[in-house]
Design a protein. Structure first.
Length: 560
RNA sequence: GCGCCCAUAGCUCAGCUGGAUAGAGCAUCGGCCUUCUAAGCCGGCGGUCCGGGGUUCGAAUCCUCGUGGGCGCGCCA
């Protein structure tokens, strides 16, 4: 509808420009939905934006444009308002068409094919298997998974990926910690590894190992030899065991991955070494102090970075560059890396490394979505997370306490750029102040109405093409239709800007309008035409709520 | 010191990419359940949109300089 009005207005503008003998490239036509119904359904600022260049007062130009506007059945009338806005009042038929679209398209309403099946990868969580997932990982999981769902709804071919390191110093540290525990040591004892891990899970891990357990994770299977001297076996077992724990948490969170990618595979395949050679050949490196440096300052970094250490090992960012080259070579037109903001310095470095490869990778590639810290509140006080003591609130604890839906909603409903306070008491409260129940309740209410009507033998499955919507005329009904019409824009914009919180905010507004409508007007009235029309509207709201909640990975219950 | 993020009602946050009179919830005060789910609705109170400049017909929104808070500045990952 917006597009239709925009093109009509474009025609009118071209005509007026020609009539005035002017010749310039007009400012792009902007059409927006109005906030105030008194301003019509759609409004445009073209007259304000172009008045000066045409030498016309904005209101005069607006009048000329309205006169030059081609006739169209969808537009009932236009008005000129304020400093020169053109307000469009749409015909009731064209508003009802939106509802027909919802009913006809069902769970596909709001989806589009702007991604054209092109490949996009969303990498998120990517936690190294050295401990349980915590709340920060939860934020990454909620945001990343929603992004993947939103991109898929926009017609992209989405791959969700989890990258981790199953070798290296931290994993070795993990293995040594488990080994120490197998030998009955505790973190307080002298023989405990320096900077060893000390959570309760180390105890569980050691017990499972000594019991000779067989572990099956989504991407690994290992059987413990129960031999406390076999560090290699302990390492493999510990990684598989923790990966399995992560799998369980992610599954209960409704999050799944298409690919688990191992950092070690980049060494085994020679891709890391190839990247080093290529950077040297491109004269992007130099030797200093016995180390090999990359000139990242050539690409906006504030200092050059060591890529090969004095001891001959590589720093972490080299496999990162190799990993991203690998992504590029897999044909991902768009890559979104979702990470904690404490890793933000990696952004410049990885992009610099990719540019230095001279592999025709676009400068701003890949995209990053960095989420800020999460603090958890309970009983009005912050829940302190102490990694050193090994005591911290895990994602599993949170899901067990407040449930999957509330946890996901709260973690995805804020801009990732803002710090997030997760209030456990709020997430648990079953009331108005808890948006997730508020939205789900609106959905359940419609289901309840349909159930009741069905019990009375009234037909509740409506035909999108033939159902009569003429009886809809209450201001709240018109507002709800307009609200439904926004959903496709929201889905589209959420994908372009990589902001899943837009879906969450929209759903809250839609639910609020529906609750108000529900309290003011009854669906199950005797007048059949009115009842059917209101049922159709309610069903449309239910469908959009369900579609939106699905994009957030939150369930849409039929009863509460 | 340098870089990134944030700042809107007492509190938690929206504000649809620069539009018309800045909006919700909580808290507080007052109403609505013999009628489709009160996990709901209606109304009252509540604002220096952190501050100063600038761009613009128009700024909470863009630019700039500050202030305050968070995070990061390893040959750790």
């Amino acid at each position: 509808m917006k597009d239709t009005v925009a093109s009509l207005l474009g025609e009118a503008l071209a005509k007026v420009i020609a009539e005035n003998g002017a010749d310039f490239e007009p400012a792009p036509i902007q059409i927006e939905r109005t906030r105030d119904p008194a301003h019509g359904d759609l409004a445009s600022n073209v007259a304000l934006a172009n008045g000066k260049r045409l030498g016309m007062a904005p209101r005069a130009l607006a009048e000329a444009l309205c006169a030059a506007l081609p006739a169209n059945g969808a537009i009932a009338r236009t008005e000129i308002a304020g400093p020169g806005f053109i307000n469009f009042f749409l015909s009731s038929d064209s508003q009802g068409d939106v509802l027909r679209d919802v009913l006809r398209l069902g769970e596909r309403f709001g989806h589009n094919d702007s991604g054209k099946g092109h490949k996009v990868q969303v990498e998120f969580v990517s936690a190294n298997p050295t401990g349980p997932l915590h709340v920060g990982h939860g934020r990454g999981a909620a945001v990343g998974d929603s992004l993947a769902r939103i991109l898929a709804a926009n017609g992209w071919d989405v791959t969700s990926e989890f990258y981790y390191n199953d070798a290296g110093a931290q994993i070795n540290n993990l293995a040594l910690s488990v080994q120490a525990r197998c030998r009955k040591l505790t973190p307080e004892d002298d023989g405990w590894p320096e900077d060893g891990y000390r959570g309760d899970y180390i105890v569980e891990l050691a017990e499972a190992y000594l019991a000779g357990e067989a572990v099956q994770a989504s991407d690994k299977a290992v059987t413990a030899s129960a031999n406390a001297d076999d560090l290699d076996n302990i390492r493999d077992f510990a990684v598989a065991w923790l990966r399995r724990e992560q799998d369980l948490d992610l599954k209960s969170f409704g999050v799944s991955f298409d690919v688990f990618f191992l950092e070690s595979s980049l060494y085994e395949s020679g891709e890391v070494e190839a990247v080093v050679q290529r950077l040297i050949e491109n004269n992007a490196t130099y030797e200093k102090d016995g180390a090999l440096w990359l000139r990242t300052t050539d690409y906006g970094d504030d200092k050059d970075r060591v890529m090969r250490k004095q001891d001959g090992g590589y720093t972490y960012f080299l496999p990162d560059v190799a990993y991203h080259l690998n992504k590029w070579q897999r044909g991902f037109e768009r890559v979104i890396d979702e990470q904690g903001a404490d890793h933000h310095s990696t952004v410049t470095r990885v992009r610099a490394g990719l540019q230095a490869l001279k592999a025709d990778i676009p400068e701003g590639w890949p995209d990053y979505v960095l989420h800020q810290m999460v603090t958890v509140m309970r009983d009005g006080a912050e829940v302190k997370l102490s990694k050193r003591a090994g005591s911290y609130l895990t994602l599993r604890d949170l899901i067990n306490e407040v449930g999957r839906d509330a946890t996901r909603y709260f973690l995805v409903a804020r801009s990732p750029n803002s710090q997030l306070t997760f209030d456990i008491d709020l997430a648990l409260s079953q009331s108005n102040d808890n948006p997730v129940y508020y939205i789900q309740y609106a959905h359940a209410r419609v289901c309840s109405v349909k159930r009741r009507l069905g019990e009375q033998g009234i037909k509740v499955d409506l035909d999108a093409e033939t159902v009569s919507l003429d009886a809809l005329g209450e201001p709240q009904e018109v507002e709800l239709l307009k609200q439904l019409a926004r959903f496709p824009d929201i889905v589209s914009r959420a994908a372009v800007t990589a902001e899943p919180q837009q879906v969450a905010n929209y759903l809250r507004e839609l639910a609020a309008e529906f609750h108000a409508y529900y309290n003011a007007h009854k669906v199950a009235v005797d007048d059949e035409d009115l009842r059917t029309a209101r049922l159709a509207l309610s069903e449309g709201v239910r469908q959009v709520l369900a579609n939106g909640l699905d994009l957030l990975g939150v369930s849409a219950p039929e009863a509460m």
